[in-house]
Ligand binder design. Structure first.
Ligand code: SF4
Length: 207
């Protein structure tokens, strides 16, 4: 993609979402990690509803361990796949309680934790440590391809390609802005194309 289009896309996203950030609520890195794990196949709204109460008493791995698996499972039971998530979060807490250094910017280290894949690791690493990575889910993958930022088949490749072509100065807006753009504008069904600033060169709109 031409550099002028890259500049246009990210400068426009920056104007649309001047305070772009994660919509997950958290007070420390541990809480963010838990919220990101819970957000897989769930909306940020659903997660925030649960963590609004949970994070009044859960600040570190020991708090989850002291709650016990059953009580913790019940506390997050309104979230999709809560049983699997609870089991894996509990196992993560057992590991982090003994090895707190794993919660760092290092992707290899983060992905040793149960249920922490590369996407989750990149979210945590970028949001907490401002690393120059771009986490890509299926939605960001869809939008990036619609905008011709990339021409890829799977989110992992989209993430790698975006990290290569997006200048560092746009990494943060790329990370958060593309999420907000698919969530509120370029939805999978019925995207708001008529008032889209990118429709002149959008693959989807022009096909
Ligand atoms: S024109 Fe439509 S499909 Fe294309 S980026 Fe804009 S909202 Fe999405």
């Amino acid at each position: 993609m031409a550099k002028k289009n890259i500049d246009f896309i990210f400068q426009t996203l920056d104007k649309l979402y001047p305070n772009a950030d994660t919509e997950l609520k958290y007070q420390n890195g541990f809480q963010l990690l838990l919220a990101v794990i819970m957000s897989a196949q769930a909306t940020d709204k659903q997660v925030n509803k649960v963590t609004d109460k949970l994070f009044k008493t859960v600040f570190e791995p020991r708090d989850v361990l002291e709650m016990g698996l059953d009580k913790f499972t019940k506390a997050i039971s309104s979230i999709n796949y809560y049983k699997t998530k609870a089991k894996n979060i509990y196992a993560t807490c057992e590991i982090l309680d003994k090895n707190p250094e794993i919660l760092s910017s290092d992707l290899k280290s983060l992905t040793t934790l149960p249920w922490v894949g590369i996407k989750t690791a990149k979210v945590v690493s970028h949001v907490l440590f401002w690393t120059k990575v771009i986490a890509v889910d299926t939605h960001v993958h869809r939008v990036s391809n619609r905008l011709w930022l990339v021409n890829t088949k799977v989110p992992e490749k989209t993430s790698e390609s975006l990290e290569k072509i997006v200048p560092d100065k746009y990494k943060s807006i790329a990370h958060h802005g593309l999420i907000l753009f698919w969530r509120y504008h370029c939805t999978a069904r019925n995207p708001k194309c008529q008032n889209c600033p990118f429709k002149d060169f959008c693959k989807f709109f022009n096909s």
